[in-house]
Design a protein around this ligand. Structure first.
Ligand code: 4AD
Length: 496
């Protein structure tokens, strides 16, 4: 039962407790409670009205039954204003439901409309809308079953990620969003500028494509107070500094990638969970990722049954079985070389079936390859480790046992999504790191503080990044990552 309480509209001295739909239990004392939410449906019969109120705490909200003999005149008038989408406060005791759909309902004695909702203008009809249509209504879509259920599961996942790291002694560190470094070196950066709106006339005029003068485009002198700065692509480098002092840390925050991709797996703004562990090798990072994922998926299986059952019914029939399997079975571990071998053998059977049939050592695996490995070859979560140096970031540790061709890096692939986690052991040797930076044309002066970590008490360390929206997509059985975040950012979409 919620601790918040409100006075009844008419008897101000009596405090009537508010109850959320998810907590509603049959009353033992017959006292009234308040239900506050948005009307999903209203049905009227000769002597009764049924109002389904959803407050976001569960899938179906709670049914409020109003008997015309038991309600006051004001409530009768208010009932005439009730439409789908309006907000209401309903008062009455919680009783055993007569209907089969729910166990408890409100025997309502009072109802007040808080905010009207003109039915003809309300864009959410009772029927099921397509997820594409709902994306155009990002401000209203949390009122639908699907998006509200995703939001509840997402919230539980975030809470359990923190719970996992807190209980295993990791320190939560917030790394900056504005930074000068491109951690992944992939050049997918959003640049930060200081645009002085009040003095826009002082900015240089630039011609737009259709020949008009504008100050909207700024030159580099307007960078972050005179220095180039970007939105972070990863909190890893900052995380390494704290791991190099505190042992085990994690970050969990927004990251940004200016990739012009319209896929079902990519966003321009997404959240990453990034643990970093000192005195740890690649195996430790894989072990930690496996433990963490099992912990959070089990948490959702234990705490979000109603929402998972809904996803299983409407979106992905095998969802719950797959999540249970993820928790129960050890993850598969294969080297990148073996992954290439398996793919080559399979592609050779019928290359025409593949969008990307060319696969050899050095190929950056595509989602098609990753999903085949996780879904068809192993039907399991799969770690692929020891990737070619040529396709990975400068900070990854050279693999001493592989003639310098590979680095101690891993990706975790899961059915339905492909890559969920990317991680590595970091290069902790100063000289080797400097060589690697030279090879990738990076200026050591830009990373002086990062190099200091290798000068002053360097230590083998490892970490990984989990794409949080990919995890939400996976756990909710969604097809598209755009359902996994409240306001998805992708090319052309930053309106809300
Ligand atoms: O493999 P990535 O690029 O790794 C890093 O950024 C490392 N610095 C992390 C670390 O070691 N601390 O990204 C990690 C994960 C990917 O596996 C994927 O799940 C997710 O981040 N990701 C994206 N998710 C949504 N949209 C995008 N554009 C993403 N790019 C990466």
């Amino acid at each position: 039962m919620s601790t918040s309480a409100s006075a009844s509209a008419s008897t101000k001295s009596i405090i009537i407790p508010r109850v959320k739909a998810v907590d509603a239990k049959e009353s033992t004392d017959g006292n009234p409670v308040l239900i506050k939410g948005w009307v999903r449906t209203i049905r009227k019969q000769k002597t009764l009205a049924f109002v389904e109120v959803n407050d976001g705490s569960n899938m179906n909200g709670i049914q409020c039954v109003l008997s015309f003999d038991d309600i006051d005149e004001e409530t009768k008038k208010e009932l005439a204003r009730v439409t789908t989408g309006c907000s209401v406060v309903v008062e009455g005791p919680l009783v055993k439901s007569q209907g089969g759909k729910q166990t408890v309902e409100v025997a309502a004695t009072k109802l007040r409309v808080v905010g009207e909702c003109p039915g003809d203008a309300y864009p959410l009809a009772k029927k099921r809308h397509s997820l594409e249509y709902l994306r155009t209504l990002a401000h209203l879509r949390p009122r639908t079953n699907t998006i509200a259920a995703v939001a509840r599961v997402r919230s539980q996942l975030a809470g359990s990620i923190h719970a996992f790291f807190q209980k295993t002694g990791f320190v939560y560190v917030q790394t900056p969003l504005i930074t000068a470094s491109d951690c992944e070196g992939a050049g997918e950066l959003f640049r930060v500028t200081t645009l002085d709106i009040d003095n826009a006339s002082s900015l240089p005029l630039v011609k737009t494509e259709d020949g008009k003068d504008t100050t909207d485009i700024v030159d580099s002198s307007q960078d972050f107070f005179g220095k180039p700065a970007y939105l972070t692509v990863s909190g890893q480098l900052g995380g390494e500094t704290y791991a190099s002092a505190m042992g085990d840390i994690y970050t969990f925050g927004p990251t940004f990638r200016a990739e012009n991709s319209q896929t079902t797996r990519h966003l321009a703004e997404f959240h990453m969970v990034e643990p970093e562990m000192a005195f740890a090798d690649l195996d430790s990072a894989m072990e930690n990722a496996e433990q963490m994922l099992k912990f959070v998926v089990k948490h959702v299986l234990d705490n979000c049954q109603e929402d998972l059952t809904f996803f299983g019914k409407f979106y992905d029939k095998g969802l719950i079985a797959r999540l249970e399997k993820l928790v129960a079975q050890p993850f598969v571990r294969i080297s990148y070389r073996d992954a290439i071998k398996y793919l080559q053998e399979e592609i050779a059977k019928d290359p025409s079936k593949w969008q990307f049939p060319e696969v050899e050592f050095g190929t950056d695996l595509s989602t098609e390859h990753e999903r085949w490995l996780a879904e068809t070859k192993f039907d399991s979560a799969v770690f692929v480790y020891n990737y070619p140096k040529s396709i990975k970031a400068f900070y990854m540790r050279d693999n001493d046992e592989d003639g310098g061709e590979t680095v101690n890096a891993m990706d975790l692939l899961v059915p339905g999504v492909g890559e969920l986690v990317g991680g590595s052991q970091r290069e902790e040797r100063l000289d080797t790191l400097l060589d690697k930076m030279k090879e990738q044309d990076l200026d050591p002066d830009d990373y002086w503080w990062y190099l200091d970590l290798r000068r002053f008490g360097s230590v083998p360390h490892s970490g990984y990044g989990l794409g949080f929206e990919r995890l939400v997509t996976y756990v909710c059985g969604m097809e598209n990552i755009r359902e996994a975040i409240a306001f998805p950012r992708y090319p052309g979409h930053a309106e809300f």
